[in-house]
Design a protein around this ligand. Structure first.
Ligand code: ASP
Length: 344
C-alpha cells in the first residue's frame, strides 16, 4: 500500500536512462537531469513525493569505480532518516556490480534501495525507462499499514522484475529484459498489479541500526579458466603485486585442470594468504567441489566454495571483507556463507 506521506529520493548517477541522441552524430550523450523530469510528466501524478539528487557529471556505468560507489552510499546514508525509500538510476552495464557492492556496504538495511535504468534513453519514443522508473519509485514507496516497507532490501528492478540486487547479472545487451536472477526467485513481478513474493524478501531487524561500511579493497582479480590456458597468464594474475583475493571462474560444478603447474601456482597463492573463491562459469547452479576429482583438488588446497553466488557478488563481497581488514580465516568463512542473501 502506498501512503501519501511516503517520500522517495531519486538519485541519478548516469547511464542510458538519462541520455539523448545527438542529432548530428547519432551518438548517445548525457543530458541534464531536467530532461529526465520533463520527459516523464507521469512523475507528477505519483501519490507520494519524490526529491531528486543528481551526480554531476553523470557516470557511464562502464566507468564506475570505488569512489563512485562510496559517493552513492554516502548519498543514501546522508538522507537515510528523511526518506522511506531510494531509487538509484544507474547504467545497466555494471548495475549488478553496483547493486552487489552496495548490498555489502549497507548492513541491516531497513529501507528499499532500488537500482534501475534502461536500454533505450528516456527521450526515445519506445523507451523502457519510463516504466522502469515509475514502478521502481512505487516499489520504493510501498509500505505496510504498520509503516514497514514492503521491500527492505537492495534490489534491481528491470522490465517487470524486481530482483535481489546481489543475485542479478546482466544477460542481454539488446533486449529490454537485460537482467536476471538465475539462482534466486524474483522478489516481485509487475503486471497489472505489483505482485510481491513476500517469502523471498529479507526481513531485517528493525530494532538494529543500519550500518554503512565504506572500506573497500580492490586488490582482487577474476581469473576465468579456459581450455588451453597458459601458465604465464595464471602466474601473472596470481602474482599480481598486492593481490589479496581471487574469484576463480571454474567449469561446471566447480572443476579445474589438474596440471602440476596450476596446482603449484594456486598452492603458493593460498599459502601467501590470498583468498581464492570458486565460482562456476555456468549461469545456473552450484559449485560442488567434491563431485569430481577435478574439483576435489581445489577443495583440498583450500579454495573456498562460492556455492551459487554470481561473479559480481563474489568480487564485491571480497572487496568489502578485505577492506574491513578481517582475518584471513574469517574472510574464508564469511565468503562461504550468506551475509545478505547473496547465496543459497
Ligand atoms: N553504457 C551505459 C551504462 O551502463 C549503458 C546503459 O545504461 O544501459 O552506463
Amino acid at each position: 500500500m502506498i501512503s501519501s506521506d511516503a517520500k522517495v529520493l531519486l538519485i541519478y548517477t548516469g547511464g542510458t536512462i538519462g541520455m539523448v541522441e545527438n542529432i548530428e552524430t547519432g551518438a548517445l550523450e548525457a543530458f541534464d537531469f531536467s530532461h529526465l523530469k520533463s520527459n516523464v510528466p507521469e512523475m507528477k501524478r505519483l501519490r507520494f513525493s519524490v526529491d531528486t539528487y543528481l551526480f554531476d557529471p553523470p557516470i557511464d556505468s562502464s566507468e564506475v569505480n570505488l569512489h563512485n560507489w562510496i559517493a552513492m552510499a554516502k548519498v543514501v546514508e546522508n538522507h537515510y532518516d528523511k526518506y522511506d525509500g531510494f531509487v538509484i538510476l544507474h547504467g545497466t552495464d555494471t548495475m549488478s556490480y553496483t547493486a552487489s557492492v552496495l548490498s555489502f556496504m549497507f548492513e541491516n538495511l531497513t529501507k528499499p534501495v532500488i537500482l534501475t535504468g534502461s536500454q533505450l534513453p528516456i527521450g526515445k519514443l519506445r523507451t523502457d525507462g519510463k516504466e522502469n522508473l515509475i514502478t521502481a519509485l512505487e516499489i520504493a514507496a510501498d509500505k505496510y499499514e504498520d509503516g514497514r516497507p514492503v521491500v527492505p532490501e537492495l534490489c534491481v528492478y528491470m522490465q517487470n522484475l524486481l530482483m535481489r540486487g546481489n543475485r542479478t547479472t546482466k544477460i542481454n545487451a539488446d533486449n529490454f529484459s537485460a537482467f536476471n536472477s538465475p539462482n534466486y526467485a524474483y522478489l516481485a513481478e509487475a503486471g497489472l498489479n505489483i505482485k510481491y513474493h513476500d517469502k523471498f524478501i529479507l526481513n531485517p531487524d528493525y530494532d538494529k541500526p543500519v550500518c554503512f561500511n565504506y572500506e573497500l579493497d580492490n586488490n582482487v582479480a577474476i581469473l576465468k579458466l579456459f581450455p588451453g590456458i597458459q601458465p604465464s597468464l595464471v602466474e601473472a594474475v596470481l602474482t599480481m603485486p598486492g593481490l589479496r583475493g581471487v574469484v576463480l571462474e571454474t567449469f561446471g560444478s566447480g572443476n579445474a585442470l589438474r596440471d602440476y603447474w596450476f596446482i603449484d601456482l594456486l598452492d603458493t597463492a593460498l599459502k601467501n594468504g590470498i583468498v581464492v573463491v570458486n565460482v562456476t562459469q555456468c549461469l545456473y547452479g552450484n559449485v560442488e567441489m567434491h563431485r569430481y576429482g577435478t574439483g576435489q583438488h581445489l577443495e583440498r588446497l583450500g579454495v573456498v566454495s562460492g556455492h551459487d553466488i554470481t561473479t559480481e557478488a563474489a568480487l564485491t563481497k571480497l572487496m568489502s571483507l578485505l577492506g574491513n581488514n578481517k582475518e584471513y580465516d574469517d574472510i574464508r568463512h564469511l565468503m562461504s556463507i550468506s551475509l545478505r542473501g547473496e547465496m543459497s
